[in-house]
Design a protein around this ligand. Structure first.
Ligand code: PDD
Length: 281
């Protein structure tokens, strides 16, 4: 079945959704994207995603193509037209099309594309049973706080991890875990402290990370935002990762080190349950 895609003001069939070969997103990776989860036909943490979209665009001087309200209308329209119950809505804004030149005019018209993808989130095997993550060097650029479409390092890290039977790669810089190739990394220490890396230019400020941390605070769980090493992660009592499309996913093995007893831990499961309840309501 063909999806309906949004492209620069129009809703068209998948086969009709075309961008120029001169689009700077295609030629230079000169663009920003966002992914919002949809559960029960409703957008999850979408305000956080739109704020981050605005921030990322501002950081690379691309104007917001529509107002925030209009973007939400596009997202809802795609959910309705594609009868999406569960999955994601993807947004991409690139600087637009012009003859190839590193330099660009200040008044370029951005190109805005959006589409939906149906996907099992809540009942995904990975979410229920947990995943194994590989350890890999973080070879990305130095502004990982900007959610650019320039994702080659992540693509290659994930492919290498998959080839070895892992679900995700946790990236490492100077001995410390930065984040997953497409998710935020968390560990639970032996003293029951949830640890995740503080936001900086070294990682993407995860929207799910933010929602989960707020929720954990509400549950009076102890949280520390600090760097942690691969060794500390391997010795953790529990571990998990978060992202719009993986929600709260237990990590049951890091490299060849089994975490806890190799099944999703109680704190992770508790966070999963509460996150889903909040998301549904
Ligand atoms: N990825 N870190 C990186 C590098 C990511 O690509 C993502 C999300 C996250 C988690 O962010 P959030 O909780 O806001 O989804 C962290 C999305 C899902 C993707 O690229 O498909």
């Amino acid at each position: 079945m063909s999806r309906t895609i949004y492209i620069n003001g129009d809703y068209v069939a998948e086969a009709e959704a075309k961008v120029s070969v001169f689009d700077r997103g295609f030629l230079f990776g000169d663009g920003i994207y966002e992914v919002s989860a949809v559960i029960g036909g409703r957008l999850i943490d979408n305000d956080l995603h739109l704020s981050r979209l605005e921030r990322s665009l501002k950081e690379i001087s691309i104007p917001l193509p529509l107002s925030r309200e209009e973007i939400v209308d596009v997202q809802r329209e795609l959910i309705a037209r594609n009868a999406l119950q569960e999955g994601v809505v993807y947004l991409q804004v690139t600087r637009g099309a012009a003859d190839r030149d590193f330099g660009f005019a200040d008044d370029m018209k951005p190109s805005f594309v959006a589409f939906s993808q149906a996907k099992n989130l809540v009942n995904a095997n990975s979410v229920k049973n947990g995943v194994a993550v590989d350890i890999a060097p973080d070879t990305r650029w130095a502004r990982r706080d900007i959610k650019t479409v320039m994702l080659l390092a992540q693509v290659l890290a994930k492919r290498a991890a998959k080839a070895k039977g892992f679900h995700e790669a946790w990236l490492v810089e100077d001995g410390f875990v930065t984040e997953g190739a497409s998710s935020t990394a968390f560990i639970l220490t032996k003293d029951d402290v949830i640890v995740t890396r503080p936001n900086s230019q070294a990682i993407l400020p995860g929207c799910t990370r933010r929602a989960v941390m707020k929720m954990a605070e509400g549950q009076k769980l102890r949280i520390e935002e600090r760097l942690f090493t691969v060794e500390e992660a391997r010795e953790a009592k529990e571990a998990f990762l978060t992202s719009a499309s993986s929600l709260v996913t237990p990590v049951i093995r890091i490299g060849d080190h089994v975490i806890g007893d190799g099944t999703p831990g109680p704190v992770t499961k508790r966070l999963q349950t509460i996150y889903l309840e909040l998301a549904r309501n």
